[in-house]
Design a protein around this ligand. Structure first.
Ligand SMILES: Cc1cc2nc3c(=O)[nH]c(=O)nc-3n(C[C@H](O)[C@H](O)[C@H](O)COP(=O)(O)O)c2cc1C
Length: 100
């Protein structure tokens, strides 16, 4: 009997959206990443916005042009480019999700 063709796993990126001291979001994201990694369909990893330390508005060009001048922006862009799916673990502050 012929073997089933293998399907490449999707890259699932779980983003820790809280950068708050004392946050619980990191442990929630790590828990989810571990659970998702148990599924053969996913290459699962966590990305922490506190570690990336993206500042506000420090690129001179609109993002749509993809003419990034800063290494942190290029790093984030590579993460986005390499991902097939995202899970955002975000807090709710004052009725909405935070900008960072
Ligand atoms: C300043 C502040 C405002 C908050 N506002 C809301 C809110 O509007 N609605 C809600 O359901 N929870 C609210 N919360 C609770 C947070 O969403 C909750 O504590 C969450 O776990 C925070 O995530 P983090 O620990 O990863 O930062 C608020 C918490 C803080 C500190």
């Amino acid at each position: 009997m012929a073997a089933e063709p293998s399907v490449a796993p999707m890259t699932l990126t779980t983003v820790v959206a809280s950068t708050r001291p004392g946050r619980v979001g990191r442990s929630v994201a790590d828990w989810f990443t571990t659970r998702a990694a148990e599924c053969d369909q996913f290459e699962s990893h966590t990305v922490d916005l506190r570690e990336l330390a993206l500042p506000f508005f420090d690129e001179p060009h609109p993002p749509a042009l993809r003419q990034y001048t800063k290494s942190h922006t290029r790093k984030w862009s590579r993460i986005v480019e390499a991902s097939d799916a995202f899970v955002f673990v975000t807090p709710e502050y004052n009725g909405g999700f935070p900008a960072r």
